[in-house]
Design a protein around this ligand. Structure first.
Ligand SMILES: Cc1cc2nc3c(=O)[nH]c(=O)nc-3n(C[C@H](O)[C@H](O)[C@H](O)COP(=O)(O)OP(=O)(O)OC[C@H]3O[C@@H](n4cnc5c(N)ncnc54)[C@H](O)[C@@H]3O)c2cc1C
Length: 457
């Protein structure tokens, strides 16, 4: 590709204390926590809606926020407020009321007890309300495209706005882009997918369907659930097999992930699979979206032809954002590994607790490897602190952790909890006049616990 030089005076410069980049689940938690703890906070989001994967990606339900034995709720704080408020609005069912092996959990059991079904449209509104109440300023359609750095600090981020190119200067930045875009632009070292190979987990495009004969459909699911073991639900395996034999199913997956929402008869379908995609590249994202939409049509035709109760199934909507499980991981002060998670390693600087399984989607064919954790594990604060940048924190799926570890903590309750920790740390950092790395960890943990977070040993 040819190179050009381009010089321009930027006339729009916005200033704030804390800039949160990315309004997904991590950014939502981070901005509310920073604002509630006294920092002037601006949240920018490149799309026109909050929620990231939870809304534009139509991903759902919130995966379990309980321990692996489904006994104790481990993610509370801002996450629980969001669930309760969305439920009060008729847009969710609180996780305490949702069991595994039901239509809400796609008849899975392990790590699928106490999931949170929600309606993306209502969730987005509740997120906006909570952010505005916290005093956070929100700006949509703002995308970070570069950083100006000085002495291992970000001086400005460069953004695209409707007005053109602009700059935003903050005292502290929290990268919640999922892809670690800001960290990458700031020169923080990162790696893609599995460190040794660069292979990333496959992408998927979620969609929603309705107009199903619910009794007939549920009857079929219920009739087939007795064949399941504790980990893998595949109630429609026989139909997928038949469709494959007839050439009606070309997807690299043998199951239909179907999660009923709080509106009876409305389902989120997690089944398409587009592998070998690098979602930090525009051309790859485009290719995956086009192939994903094609696969949606194939799955709808499959449902109509093969699944009892789906004779008149209708497509309600297809996600506008590609479902990206994995891209960049930052190099931070500590790399969380699968061994840490499975051995429940103790961390003095733990900032949240989580219990979802290590759920690795095969990148080179169908299937998943699903490894349950021993009750729960914790995430250390150091995973949120990038190398070579003193005024930034990272929260969400791109923190410093191995590909396998991320296959657990990437799910949304953990992202909100990490966001809450990052936002709280940012506010404390500003108040105490030290960089995020030197924040008093006892103070941070106590503040998080006072504000509802669960941090176990
Ligand atoms: C197919 C699939 C199925 C999944 N299933 C589940 C599930 O059932 N339950 C569950 O809990 N989790 C599930 N997950 C995981 C979960 O959805 C994501 O890992 C999680 O939402 C990541 O949250 P995040 O806040 O880190 O990133 P995101 O939700 O991706 O949010 C990042 C936000 O940053 C914005 N952004 C990105 N770059 C920029 C930029 N340069 N400038 C400005 N804004 C930017 C994006 O538009 C987005 O809004 C699934 C994920 C996928 C892909």
């Amino acid at each position: 590709m040819n190179e050009i030089q381009y010089t321009k005076t930027i006339k729009t410069v916005i200033e704030t204390d804390v800039l949160v980049i990315g309004g997904g689940t991590a950014g939502f938690g981070a901005a509310i926590a920073a604002a509630r703890n006294g920092a002037k906070t601006l949240l920018i989001e490149r799309l026109s809606i909050l929620g990231g994967m939870a809304t534009a990606g139509l991903v759902g339900p919130f995966m379990t926020c309980y321990d692996n034995d489904a006994e104790e709720q481990l993610v509370k704080g801002i996450f629980d407020e969001l669930c309760l408020r969305t439920e009060a609005r008729g847009g969710a069912i609180h996780p305490s009321k949702v069991e595994g092996m039901t239509s809400y959990s796609s008849y899975y059991m392990a790590s699928h007890r106490h999931v949170t079904p929600y309606q993306s449209e209502i969730l987005a509104v509740v997120m906006e309300e909570m952010l505005e109440e916290s005093g956070t300023q929100i700006l949509f359609n703002v995308q970070v495209t570069d950083c100006i750095t000085k002495d291992e600090k970000i001086d400005y981020v460069i953004v695209n706005m409707k007005e053109g190119i602009a700059a935003i200067r903050a005292k502290l930045y929290i990268d919640c882009t999922g892809d670690a875009d800001v960290a990458y632009f700031a020169g923080v070292p990162t790696w893609l997918g599995k460190k040794e190979t660069g292979i990333m987990q496959p992408t998927s495009l979620f969609f929603e369907v309705g107009n199903i004969d619910r009794d007939k459909y549920l009857g079929e699911l219920e009739a087939n659930k007795s064949n399941l073991d504790n980990h893998v639900a595949n109630c429609f395996a026989k139909y997928v097999k038949e469709a494959k034999a007839n050439g009606d199913w070309t997807l690299d997956r043998n199951e239909l992930g179907n999660y009923e929402q709080n509106i009876p008869g409305r389902w989120k379908i997690n089944t398409t699979r587009i592998a070998h995609i690098d979602a930090t590249k525009t051309s790859d994202i485009t290719k995956a979206l086009i192939e994903g939409r094609r696969q949606v049509q194939e799955v709808i035709a499959f449902m109509k032809k093969y699944l009892p109760g789906c004779e008149n199934v209708q497509l309600i909507q297809v996600a506008t954002a590609l479902g990206v499980r994995e891209t960049r991981h930052i190099v931070g002060k500590y790399e969380l590994t699968a061994e840490d998670i499975l051995s429940r390693k103790h961390f003095d600087d733990a900032i949240c607790t989580f219990g979802y399984a290590i759920d690795v989607h095969n990148s080179t064919g169908g299937g998943v490897t699903f490894t349950c954790v021993d009750k729960y594990y914790t995430i250390p604060y150091r995973c949120l602190i990038p190398k070579n940048c003193d005024n930034m924190l990272v929260a969400g799926r791109s923190i410093c952790g191995s590909s396998e570890a991320a296959a657990s903590y990437r799910v949304m309750p953990a992202c909100i909890a990490m966001g809450q920790a990052a936002g709280t740390a940012a506010a404390i950092s500003l108040k105490s006049g030290v960089c995020p790395e030197n924040v008093d960890i006892v103070n941070l943990r106590n503040t998080l616990i006072e504000q509802g977070a669960v941090i176990k040993d």
